[in-house]
Design a protein around this ligand. Sequence first.
Ligand SMILES: [Zn+2]
Length: 79
Amino acid sequence: MSHTAGSVGLAATPGPWEVTEVPTKPVKKDASKPKAPHCRRCDKRIYVPKGWSPGAATRRHYWSKHRNVMLDSSGDGGR
Ligand SMILES: [Zn+2]
């Protein structure tokens, strides 16, 4: 706690709310991390290599399994 000790004069006596230990935080494991995405086309689990983002892995899966979808969706507007 490194507040700018200038405006606070009674910094010597911390309030009770500061002394008490912090109650156990609800620490969640990586619940928010989408680990293994599923392909919407073939409904298969997409393997995400280490260091890859799920999006990148999904794209890679699409390129290898559903290339036509990728080619079709990335139309340049009829050139
Ligand atoms: Zn697929």
